[in-house]
Design a protein around this ligand. Structure first.
Ligand code: GLT
Ligand code: MN
Length: 443
């Protein structure tokens, strides 16, 4: 376990590489109530992404060829896409078997209570492995939007088991076929099924531990969450889930990213629209504090009001600009004297006896009972009244300062700390570097 506090990590902010869902680029803007409003081409979308600074793209099998396509058509379509990729210079990040659009999967796919449907899902998943290999996809995503129920026609535990064992069959087959990449489960709280077997990062993390216990598999089977959309649509906070995924080494080679008004249907808005910039900042900061080196993959699309062929260019630029702004804010945060003073006060000095207790009770420490009891008995005695008397005002002040950094008002906002015990740090903000912030993020 790390000895330093990740929240105080001061390593360089190296901009994360960026990717996008190919399906986002060709999204025609229809919704359940209204028709398509645009007919964007993949060629234009890929070029717009390349020009904006996105280097990778992902696909579903069904984005490229029909579900019942014969092998020659599959090969031909894959060849076509490879030519388009050459033209734009983008590379493939993820490949997904679409196990949700075909009506045959209306009762679920891997998790369906009907064996013939579960079999169809495994066949489709295994078939995709070959296309994923040809495209050079670094990761295979399993998205279980259809894996769930409305009426509990089967035992829900069995549904989860069927889901994970079906995906496992495909993963083991992919490895047998020599696929070298990783595999990720992408959770979503609900939709299109009302009650999902794959709802949260915690649910999938627990499933992975149980159904992929082998070291080799556990190292290659992870989670790609979608923030904020797939958690904020139920009012959950992405930064809480992401912290746990990083801590437990369950985060795969990408996160999906976009914009989402909380507690609404999956919006897939452009990043920065509809959600909480503070939560987005914490997502970005968590990744950089953990020195994450995976991709940020935009899984979102222009609004339906954007019906012209120009919209995709501005959209691609917004995706990139918003993420890079968040990274700039992480740099500002790390250099900010007020944040440093507040963190120093909040975290305080380590207590040796506390560290001892945690060491002897760690996972696999297997310490003798007497050692554990002695360690606990050596904890310094303090009354709860004394502990209650500790000044914790720095915590709320930290929230205010983060809000200023996120809103970009930290320079003028620093004066708010005049006359507080953080005034000395406030004075230092006057000499804090301004121009070099950009350097740190672009190195
Ligand atoms: C589906 C879903 C997305 C997932 C896709 C994974 S499947 O399009 O809406 O959030 O990321 O390929
Ligand atoms: Mn997604």
């Amino acid at each position: 376990m790390p000895k330093f506090r990740r929240s105080q990590n001061r390593t360089k902010v190296i901009p994360l590489p960026l990717s996008i869902g190919g399906w986002c680029l060709v999204n025609p803007g229809g919704d359940p109530f209204g028709d398509a409003v645009r007919a964007p081409t993949l060629t234009d979308g890929l070029r717009a992404c390349r020009d904006a600074g996105i280097t990778h793209v992902s696909f579903h099998d069904r984005d490229l060829y029909p579900d019942d396509a014969p092998q020659e058509i599959i090969d031909e379509k894959v060849d076509q896409v490879l030519r388009l990729l050459e033209d734009s210079g983008l590379k493939v990040l993820c490949f997904t078997t679409n196990l949700f659009s075909n009506p045959c999967f209306r009762s679920g796919a891997f998790s369906s209570p009907i064996p013939a449907v579960r079999q169809a899902a495994i066949v489709k998943g295994c078939r995709s492995v070959h296309a994923a290999k040809r495209l050079g996809a670094l990761n295979i995503i399993f998205w279980g939007g259809r894996e769930g129920t409305e009426v509990f026609e089967q035992d829900s535990g069995e549904g989860v088991r069927n889901y994970l064992l079906g995906a496992r069959a495909v993963i083991v087959y992919a490895i047998a076929q020599g696929y070298q990449g990783t595999f990720t489960f992408e959770p979503k709280v609900y939709e299109p099924r009302f009650h999902s077997f794959a709802a949260t990062g915690a649910a999938m993390g627990s499933g992975i531990r149980e159904f992929f216990p082998e070291t080799e598999l556990a190292a290659r089977v992870k989670i790609n969450p979608e923030y904020p959309q797939h958690v904020a649509m139920l009012g959950l906070n992405p930064a809480i889930e992401l912290g746990q995924l990083l801590e437990e080494d369950l985060l795969g080679p990408c996160i999906h990213f976009g914009g989402q008004p909380p507690c609404r249907m999956d919006a897939d808005f452009a990043p920065g629209l509809g959600g909480s910039p503070t939560d987005d900042f914490h997502v970005c900061k968590l990744l950089h504090d953990a020195t994450y080196r995976g991709f940020v993959e935009f899984d979102c699309r222009p609004l339906r009001t954007s019906a012209s062929e120009h919209a995709i260019r501005l959209f691609a630029r917004q995706c990139v600009a918003y993420w890079r702004q968040l990274e700039q804010k992480v740099v500002t945060f790390r250099r900010d004297p007020i944040i440093r003073a507040l963190q120093a006060e909040i975290f305080g000095e380590p207590i040796a006896q506390l560290e001892d207790v945690l060491t002897v009770t760690m996972p696999n420490a297997a310490a003798d009972s007497n050692v554990v009891i002695d360690a606990v008995n050596r904890l310094p005695i303090r009354t709860f009244a004394e502990t209650a008397a500790i000044d914790t005002d720095a915590i709320e002040a930290f929230g205010y300062r983060v809000q200023q950094i996120v809103c970009g008002t930290h320079r003028e906002g620093a004066t708010m700390f005049c006359g507080t015990r953080w005034a000395a740090a406030q004075a230092k903000t006057a000499d804090a570097p301004v121009e070099s912030e950009a350097e740190e993020a672009s190195n």
